[in-house]
Ligand binder design. Structure first.
Ligand code: 5HY
Length: 251
């Protein structure tokens, strides 16, 4: 099976870390294709960034489906464009926030999240409510390390993440979810240090999509997630016009 793990920001070094996490948990026979958006912001830390990241994500899903990809992981903690991607893709599409929350919810009564910037905290809470985990989420804390600084040894990212994870545990959480794809490389070490399960959404989403494909399951296509109705799309986004794709005429 082929799982396409999409980094919706345009930073290839971050995709490399995402690829390591996904590949490390994929089963034999599963091909992990870690790809970077060809357009959009270098990192996603605001609603504006998130909106600009969606076309690059959808391009990777559209092209992946034309090329026979079986499932998709959206490797950004805001789960940007997950609904639109589910309309486009035949196979399962899972965002790393949703996967992280599902995994953490099976590891204790309450879980917390450690994210990057404080301004992303409300989005993390909103997604917990959307996925039905609002009551299980103890708190969301920010380490105040920008996404692209996570890779910089000078940023003390590991120490900052450990400090916030410890505070989440002191607040009563049984498990912690890391709130950024760029934290995937830190997961095992941080978990050992803080002594509770620490969940990386990239790994969780990879094994969950793999399991759904193995179960022969994909997104329900009868209603909300049916293919988008084809219509004229003009301007910068003209290549997202689905009419060619639906009537079989070559683009
Ligand atoms: C992420 N941003 O996982 C989110 C994290 C965040 O570029 N990749 C990003 O801060 O929301």
């Amino acid at each position: 099976m082929r799982i396409r793990v999409v980094n919706p920001n345009t930073t290839t070094t971050m995709t490399a870390g995402i690829a390591r996490a996904a590949t490390s948990v994929a089963a034999p026979g599963t091909v992990v294709e870690a790809v970077t958006a060809t357009m959009g912001p270098a990192s996603i830390e605001s609603h504006y960034d998130e909106a600009l990241a969606v076309p690059g994500l959808l391009e990777q899903v559209r092209d992946g489906d034309r090329d026979g990809v079986d499932a998709y992981v959206i490797a950004c903690f805001g789960d940007p464009g997950v609904d639109a991607a589910r309309e486009l893709a035949r196979g399962p599409v899972i965002g790393i926030a949703e996967a992280g929350y599902h995994a953490a919810a099976m590891l204790g009564r309450r879980f917390g999240v450690v994210t990057t910037l404080a301004r992303t905290v409300p989005r993390a809470r909103e997604l917990a409510d959307r996925y039905g985990y609002g009551a299980r989420l103890s708190e969301v804390r920010a380490c105040e390390v920008p996404v692209l600084a996570l890779e910089d040894p000078e940023s003390r990212a590991r120490e900052r993440v450990v400090e916030e994870c410890r505070a989440v545990v002191a607040g009563g959480a049984d498990a912690v979810v890391l709130g950024c794809a760029g934290m995937a490389d830190l997961c095992a070490d941080v978990s050992d240090t803080v002594g509770v399960p620490v969940v990386d959404g990239v790994s969780a989403a990879t094994v969950f999509t793999e399991s759904l494909v193995r179960l022969g399951l994909g997104t329900g296509k009868r209603g909300e997630y049916a293919p988008p109705p084809p219509k004229p799309v003009v301007g910068l986004l003209a290549s997202f016009d689905l009419r060619d794709a639906t009537d079989g005429a070559t683009a």
